[in-house]
Design a protein around this ligand. Structure first.
Ligand code: DQQ
Length: 535
């Protein structure tokens, strides 16, 4: 019963038990969405990796199938690691994935194709007998234990396919480029598509175009004046992902990030909390580009083994280029809203300094909440110190219980009645040199009485001008997940938390303003979320 499993999700994707990690080869085929994912059939820790497989018509409710790809051949007998799908011009999907060929984790790239194209569920996959298609050897300088995670391939105007593979050379992160005419014979290009100084290994790269004219996605092979390109790398060293926005120079076959755009430290992240090994696909049915990402646990390995499972997938996010062209925006796919029931709407209201109000009438343990704030008087805003370059550190120093004039204000999610436990997602506004600085934090420090969890606070700056715009926050609360979208999806922070008191019907939801100045809560809507059918 759920009382023994208070942390299992109601609407985030997870299998009945065991370990999961990276989403693999997301795609749509004959109107059916496919999600494959890294899975350990034998336990709640990483290992014995196969590709588990589920399908859906709405990206929310899922039907599980037999494992699609699992170790069986010399070119993958030690593991079937991450990879991606490409839809060929004929409409036929193919998969490139990483095979592990020995006990030293030597990595090669393999091709798999559907056995029966008339099966919309694509339940059976055939491995190409001449695998591997790409491998390290004495000539190509590839480090065979750091050579993995092929992307979706794209087709150039020269009718040649390109794909990138994550790698490193010493400390330099690499997106190694390969080309092919027939998807079978692949030749390594002399230069990588792109590289990053001193980042360490690039796992799960993703490379795709985004439209400069609105929210619609475009096919991965689109190039031209109306698109920019995005390159994302998952850094093995820190388990953080960084992306840049830039230009794909098709003559040089190189990606050039825009000025000031980097894959590390001060770079842009899809998510400033737990979110890794993500991957996008183009949904040609609805014209969206959709992002999937893995949310790891923040609990101890012992607790994972006790509960018998580890890892969930984030809610798929629509992803597009923000108007400025400088960063992306993400928003939970609209299909999620089908699970909303029993809307609770609070009228616009002044939240006085130091106040907390309960949002009652929702199942606070499994909810979707949207709140927005307006500030009219900025005079007392704390002055921003330009040496505060690390927003996470700033959120750690200025947690939910530290008052300033404007903030913290936001939501207390998965809170116990007496506020012994809560996860605080909030904003804080500073007066900067020539504009205001908005900080968004997710403070897990009081999320659980269990001290074995990683309760570190997350934070990021939010590119919203609070003088002219409302400050909005949406949080998807799901038992042990608080997945938050600030400023309509300009900044996202996902947290895993493990309350001991605030579980099931004992979880509460509050809006709060612990700043000294009043702020106006201009709207608040909260919905109880139905359970999705996932397995
Ligand atoms: N997970 C896979 C690798 C990938 C890593 C193995 C990223 O292919 O580099 O399970 O989480």
């Amino acid at each position: 019963s759920s009382s023994h499993q208070p942390y299992r999700t109601g609407y985030h994707f997870q299998p009945p038990k065991n370990w999961i990690n990276d989403p693999n080869a997301p795609m749509i085929y004959k109107g059916i969405y496919h999600l494959f994912y890294q899975y350990n059939p034998k336990g709640a820790v990483w290992g014995n990796i196969v590709w588990a497989h589920s399908t859906s018509t709405d990206l929310i409710n899922w039907t599980p199938h037999e494992h699609a790809i699992y170790p069986s051949q010399p070119f993958d007998q030690y593991g079937c690691w991450s990879g991606s799908a490409t839809i060929l011009p004929s409409g036929k999907p193919v998969i490139l994935y990483t095979g592990i060929i020995d006990g030293k984790n030597t990595q090669v790239q393999n091709l798999a194709v559907p056995k029966n194209l008339s099966d919309p569920y694509l339940r059976e996959w055939i491995k190409y007998p001449k695998n591997p298609l790409m491998a390290s050897n004495v000539e190509n300088q590839i480090n065979g234990s750091s050579f993995r995670d092929p992307t979706t391939a794209w087709l150039g105007h020269d009718n040649i396919w390109r794909v990138i593979i994550g790698s490193k050379y010493h400390r330099k992160g690499l997106a190694i480029l390969y080309r092919s005419r027939d998807f079978k014979k692949w030749i390594k290009a002399k230069h990588p598509l792109h590289s990053g100084k001193n980042t360490g290994m690039w796992e799960c790269p993703d490379f795709f175009p985004v439209s400069t004219a609105g929210q619609n996605g475009v096919d991965t092979s689109i190039v031209g004046p109306y698109v920019k390109h995005v390159l994302k790398a998952s850094l093995d060293d820190t388990k953080h992902e960084y992306y840049t926005v830039g230009t794909y120079n098709t003559i040089l076959d190189r990606y050039i990030p825009d000025k000031g755009s980097v894959e590390s430290d001060s770079g842009l992240r899809y998510d400033y909390g737990k979110f890794y090994a993500s991957k996008t696909f183009f949904d040609n049915k609805t014209g969206r580009r959709i992002l999937w990402g893995w949310i790891n646990e923040s609990s101890s390995v012992e607790d994972d083994i006790k509960k018998g499972w580890a890892g969930v997938q984030a809610i798929p996010r629509k992803i597009w280029l923000e108007k400025s062209g400088k960063h992306l925006v993400q928003w939970p796919i609209v299909e999620l809203e089908k699970l909303r029931v029993k809307q609770v709407k609070l009228p616009s209201k002044i939240l006085e300094g130091g106040s907390v109000i309960e949002v009652s009438g929702v199942t606070a343990v499994q909810a979707d909440v949207e709140i927005s704030f307006e500030i009219s008087d900025f005079k007392k805003a704390e002055v921003f110190d330009p040496s505060w370059t690390d927003p996470q550190q700033l959120c750690i120093q200025k947690g939910a219980s530290v008052k300033s004039a404007l903030g913290p204000f936001g939501l207390l999610a998965l809170a116990s009645k007496d506020l012994k436990e809560y996860t605080a997602v909030f904003f804080r506004i500073f007066k900067g040199q020539d504009k205001h600085v908005v900080l968004m934090c997710s403070d897990q420090s009081r999320s659980s009485l269990n001290e074995d969890n990683d309760k570190v606070t997350y934070g990021a700056f939010l590119n919203v001008d609070p003088v002219h715009e409302k400050l909005s926050l949406r949080s998807l609360i799901d038992h042990s997940i608080v997945e938050s979208f600030g400023g309509g999806g300009k900044t996202c922070i996902t947290a895993r938390v493990y309350p001991t008191l605030a579980i099931e019907e004992k979880a509460h939801l509050y809006a709060f303003n612990y700043g000294t100045e009043n702020v106006k809560m201009s709207s608040l809507s909260a919905w109880s979320m139905k359970k999705a059918h996932i397995y």
